[in-house]
Each structure stands twice: as C-alpha cells, then as structure tokens.
Design a protein around this ligand. Structure first.
Ligand SMILES: Cc1ncc(COP(=O)(O)O)c(C=O)c1O
Length: 446
C-alpha cells in the first residue's frame, strides 16, 4: 500500500519543492531514512483525514484484530488514550480506572476534567501487578453511572485480565469499556487476544515490528468513530511521520507471516521456561503472556536490580528491574542464538547464587481523595519536606519508575500509610520521582 506508492513516486524522479526541508539530500547520513521521509503530497493521503491508502491500512488492521474499525496513531498509544478518554468522557465525566493505569490515562483524566475513581489492583508473589478486584469494579459501577471503565491488559509484566468478565459487567451497567492493550499487539498470534471491549489501544512498536511509537485505536463501538477521529487529530501532529507509517504498512503485509515466527518464539520460550534453575524462578501462569519474561529473585541473595546489573555485565540489557524481580521482553524477532545465550548466562548466574529470603511485599496504599486531579492542578502549591508532609494534600504524582504506578496523585492526602510506603520504597533502593521535598497544596487537612 503506502510503501508501494512511495516506491513508485521515487521512481518518477519528481523534484520536491515542498516539505520536508532535508529534500532527501545526499549530503545527509545514508543510514538515516531521509530518502523515504515524506509528507502529505498528492497521492499520499492524509492520516488525520484519511481517504485512500490510510483507509486501506486501517481496514487491514481492523481485520487482523477482528474489530469494526481502526485508527492509526504515529504518536503512540499515548495519543490514542488522550483521544479515547476525551471521547468517552464527553457526556459523562465519571471515569473508573485501574489504579495501575499508565500516566497517559491520568493525563487524559486531568485535561478532560474527569472525576476519577479507582479499581484496586492485585499483585503477585513478587509484587508485580497481576490483576484487578472484579468485585470493586462491579460495586463501583452499581453505585454510580460512569462514562467509561479503563483497564490495562496485559500488564507490563504480561498478566492478562478476564476481559470477557469485565466486558459483561460493563454491559450490565451500560458503561463503555476501554482497554489499554498497549503491551498486547502480538497477542492475536497466541490466541491470547480477546475482542471483548468497546475500544482498545495497542502499541505496535512494543511487541511487533513497526517503528516507535506506532499504535492504533481498535474500535468496536462504531458510534464513537466520528468523535475519536476528531480527537485523534487534536492530539496527533498535523505532520504524521511517513517513516512510521511505512513501517506500519510493512507490518500489515507481514501480519500472517508473524504466525510462523510466533511458533519459533514459543519453541524458544518452552526451552527457556524448562530451564532447571535452583534459585531464580521464571514466573509462569495460565493468564500470563510468556514473552514477558518475569524472573523472580525472591528466594535468592540478590535483588532484581542486582540481577539486572549482572546481566548487563554479560552484555544483556533488560526491560526493567524491581527489588524482587527482573523483566525481560522477548518478541517474534528474537533469534534462537539470543535464547541459547540467555539460558547459558541465567544458568551461570543461578549457580553462583545462594538461597535467601529476599521477598519484597508491597501493597499499593489506597489514599483518600480530597480533590479531583483537575481541581488540584488549579490550586496553589508549595514544596514541603517529606518528613513534614503528614496530612498535606499532594500537589503531584509520586511513583517509582518503572513501572510508574502512582503511590499518590494530586489531590490525595499524604497520610501515615502513604508516607510509610514512600519510605519503604526508598529504603529498598527504588527510584522515586521525588527526593526530600514534595509539592503540596497550600490548604492542609487538620
Ligand atoms: C500500559 C501502557 N499504556 C500506554 C503506554 C503508552 O504507549 P506509547 O509508548 O505507545 O505511547 C505505555 C507505555 O509504556 C504503557 O506501558
């Protein structure tokens, strides 16, 4: 589709007296893709108002994910989330979101002045986010009408929610379900993808082949399409990247070929998960995507962060580390040799470890909300020393990164539990986005 059009255009040798300014010049590095960087010229359609090639590409994406329509984003799932929540909260700004939602969900709630309630999360043996409390979801929907429910599935660590169940509950209470499927664009290859939502967003760059930050909204509820397209164009650049778009086109061409590559990945993962480790443990679960390789250090004498450093010394860079686990991300593009090497290194590390109790049990606290995000944003703030912040109202998000789940959000009260959680995380060496001071609202709880 797009790639073919651009090939044809390049063959025609038309001179570009138009943007982009690099003019595909040979003075520039040839290992950067200037030659194929285009803009909305005649014949190359316009992503923010698609009529030709992009309609075809979006149809192909919709077909692959068995949804009614798709809207491409060259600004990541972030763009899709901002647009989706703007559309979904238009007539009812009560939002019910998973507490472990990505920053973009919180930002969307803030800029759209949503009144936010939370679905509590459930963590696994290493304190990774593994699920949600379905009863809380149902009780909150029963007690009040909401514009939308927003859940994240899979989680960063690969846990998959029961979307059939969640969608059933949402339909019972006539609430739209928006699924943040940013980490699950590849799940269709493994039968782990469930088309149970009104709307979802997925990042192709995270697990498939398209360039960073390629993504798309997947739409089942056709009544939303007009408003979604309008809102996508508000947040998306008016000059979407044609390099990213060509990489999405190539991915679409390869959607079917990826099945064979998934078979190979599954074989490599089978062998990896069969590894006879004595101290480290690869966490496996029926509701978990195994390509998110979650290694528990819980019963060893090292932390996840130390495991990350040892792997780095062995020339393996991983996705993230936490006190009791390390997370590696595999994809259908990983080579067999990479798995052979990973297994060898893990066995070597495992042999050198000792058994110990290194468990890190962390339960996310449930702060009390005094103000909505947008109300807190508008209030005056000042910096307060963390050790004097008891009963102040937070003026900022505080989170450990990764995975970036907020411990407290603007407008919530810094009570004893929250301060203790922050101190605990700091004592475990987690990177928290604040140091000794925290931004607080001027008014304080007595
Ligand atoms: C759960 C989740 N949702 C959304 C996003 C945003 O995705 P993107 O980077 O494609 O904008 C991320 C990014 O890491 C994420 O982890």
């Amino acid at each position: 589709m797009l790639i073919k059009k651009i090939d044809e255009y390049l063959n025609e040798n038309t001179y570009p007296f138009h943007m982009p300014g690099h003019k595909r010049s040979e003075l520039l590095r040839n290992d950067l893709a200037y030659r194929r960087d285009f803009t909305e010229i005649e014949g190359l359609d316009n992503l923010n108002d698609p009529k030709e090639i992009f309609v075809e590409m979006e149809k192909a994406i919709a077909k692959n994910y068995q949804v009614k329509d798709a809207i491409i984003s060259t600004n990541g799932s972030t763009n899709g989330i901002l647009a989706a929540i703007r559309s979904l909260s238009k007539n009812n700004n009560n939002l019910l979101i998973q507490r472990s939602s990505h920053k973009a969900v919180y930002n969307a709630a803030l800029i759209n002045k949503c009144k936010v309630e939370y679905i509590d999360i459930i963590t696994d043996e290493v304190s990774a986010v593994a699920g949600i409390d379905y009863n809380i979801l149902e009780n909150k929907l029963k007690s009040k009408s909401h514009g939308a429910v927003v859940v994240t599935s899979p989680s960063y660590e690969g846990y998959i929610l029961d979307l059939e169940k969640i969608y059933g509950i949402c339909q019972k209470y006539e609430t739209k379900l928006f699924v943040d499927l940013a980490h699950g664009s590849h799940l269709y290859l493994n039968d782990l993808y469930k088309n149970c939502f009104d709307l979802a967003v997925t990042s192709f760059h995270k697990n498939l082949s398209a360039l960073t930050p390629s993504a798309a909204l997947l739409v089942n509820d056709e009544s939303l399409i007009g408003s979604l397209r309008e809102n996508m164009a508000i947040f998306q650049s008016s000059s979407p990247s044609y390099l990213i778009l060509q990489s999405i086109d190539e991915m679409i061409e390869n959607f079917d070929k990826f099945y064979g590559m998934m078979d190979n990945l599954n074989k490599n993962l089978d062998e990896l998960y069969d590894l006879d480790l004595k101290n480290l443990k690869l966490i496996n679960h029926k509701d978990k995507d195994r390509s998110k390789i979650l290694i528990s250090c819980k019963n060893t004498n090292i932390s996840g962060v130390e495991l990350q450093e040892i792997l780095r010394k062995n020339k393996i860079e991983i996705e993230m580390a936490y006190p009791s686990y390390a997370l590696l991300i595999a994809s259908i593009f990983d080579r067999k040799e990479a798995f052979v090497y990973l297994k060898e290194v893990l066995m070597k590390i495992d042999k050198a470890l000792l058994k110990a109790d290194n468990s890190y049990k962390f339960t996310y606290p449930k702060p009390i909300k005094k103000y909505e995000l947008f109300e807190a944003y508008e209030k005056e703030k000042s910096k307060v020393k963390l050790n004097r912040a008891l009963n102040h109202i937070s003026g900022e998000f505080v989170y450990a990164y990764p995975p970036g789940i907020p411990i407290i959000t603007p407008g919530e009260i810094l009570d004893k539990n929250i301060l203790a959680s922050l101190n605990f995380m700091k004592s475990k060496g987690l990177t928290i986005n604040i140091e000794d001071d925290i931004s607080c609202l001027i008014d304080k709880i007595e």
